[in-house]
Design a protein. Sequence first.
Length: 60
Amino acid sequence: MSSSTEALENARLTYEQHARTCRQCHADGAACAVAKHLLRIYNNARRDHMRAGGQATATS
């Protein structure tokens, strides 16, 4: 697995895990500051992956 693919998967899993377990995200019905930060990291990793010639990935 290439480093850009590994970074992308790690960022996605971290964001998804936070979104599933964060009480504030669930209570407010909106993303908390940490979720927004993790999503930004995921989006940057996805962009880097695409620039490196990676395949498009589906997001949920």
